[in-house]
Design a binder for this molecule. Sequence first.
Ligand code: ADP
Ligand code: MG
Length: 559
Amino acid sequence: MATKMEFKAESKRLLEMMINSIYTHREIFLRELISNASDAIDKMYYKALTDESLNFDQDSYYIKVTPDKENRTLKITDTGIGMTKEELENNLGIIAKSGSLAFKKETELKDGHDIIGQFGVGFYSAFMVAETVTVISKALESDTAYKWESEGTEGYTIEPWEKAETGTEIILKIKENTEDEQFDDYLEEYRLKNIIKKYSDFIRYPIKMDVSGQRPKEDNEEELEEYTEEQTVNSMVPIWRKNKSELTTEDYEKFYSEKHYGFDKPLKHIHLSVDGTLRYNAILFIPENMPYDYYTKEFEKGLELYSSGVLIMNKCSDLLPDYFSFVKGMVDSEDLSLNISREMLQQDRQLKMIAKNIKNKIKSELQKLLKDDREKYEKFFESFGRQVKYGVYSDFGSNKEDLQDLLLFHSSKEKQLVTLEEYISRMPEDQKYIYYASGDSIDRIDKLPQTEMVSDKGYEILYFTEDIDEFAIRMLVTYKEKEFKSVSSGDLGIEEEKRDESEEDVKESKEIFDHMKQVLSEKVKDVRVSKRLKNHPVCLASEGEVTIEMEKILQAMPD
Ligand code: ADP
Ligand code: MG
């Protein structure tokens, strides 16, 4: 019979490998430790739900971050549930063992407060910045506290310790700077505050720090005094978890500027709270102005992605289609399956669903804006209309159907911006096509000889002044069963008056035309009599799929 053997691992190497390969940013060690502290407080909260002898008094639960430059230590304290000796051994002594995941399963937590931990590796990220990690913990309902200590390589030690209150204290002995790596930063108050704000701003419990500085003395304003006071660094309740009815436009604008989404004011905000098979909260903004770097390589589209209030990704580009790349904002979901570093997503099914949802919502909100506030919409279109056209051009399938109603074009009538719907609705009965004319500017299009006949018939003409216009329209082919037609196309589909021509005339023109064709040889395919002209002697027309304007653009494109 074969003997069953267990795999052995060189734990020291494994730990090193893991720590250095899964995380791309060192600074996330703080996110991980704070998330663990928050989980530990959550567990107290759950215990209190079922245990009447416990009383969960919100005020006595907090996390505290204390740097000590002299001793090169960083301490993270929590008043959470703590760990027994066994728990210290099992949860911190076994890599990839998650006490939090077990807790979630045990208590069958489904919704509401969301415990973050699940992989059982986050804790070890502390070794990215610390040479020694010390954990002093006292579990709820335990008389003894214990100290767990490790240098990350040769295992750990455990011994009884003194600690009065329930909870955990994690002390990191921060590494010395090396030639190419800076660790001092993690002892700086401002840097720590930044990291907390960045990743853990919406942890539900206060994250406190002793903040020191100088201020004018109370009795003598001329003199400065040193002071140290305890401050709560995080905002705790994210605006997206608040009820829409409690929030004002100013609140959203404040969030927009605090988050540095833009220097302008948002033209519109969209607050989504989706519950059901797909659960997420999102706050999206349509900026008023195009970001200054919008058409540069530096511009990155994307939304911030949070998982249960913890920042996972700064710019999740999969959440926005390219044509809505100007949208700013964030998404928070409890249902994301994250990969082990919690920097990426394990599988993107939920993300795809959220993205689709968001895309549709942006579309319908824009449609609403167009209907309810034309002026604002035109402002939006001025900044981002090009993107919408690009969307029509590039987005196959059903989407162009929705996007087509977001289009605006200048028109020969009243020289105003019109929607395709408006164009169609006032078409004379005998008009078969939607006519358009392409040119560099409205003025130049006005002077095009090709527009004459269509205008004379009293038909409206859409003015295409941007390169993308005609390409986008080509993708649509029709709007409400009406085909688009360029005024420079050979057949305009307009009944032309019959003019009598004597044989003499025909013969004469044939001679002239043949001569013209010879002179223009390569440049034109044919020279014909046109009946569409009134005030102009001659005009260009095209046959086939590509119009003259499109040909110009295509020729100007680099190969
Ligand atoms: P995860 O959080 O994904 O479970 P970690 O490696 O971050 O994995 O933590 C491992 C386990 O250690 C946690 O599941 C939890 O049981 C325990 N733990 C870590 N930090 C604390 C803390 N501050 N208080 C109580 N338990 C903790
Ligand atoms: Mg964790």
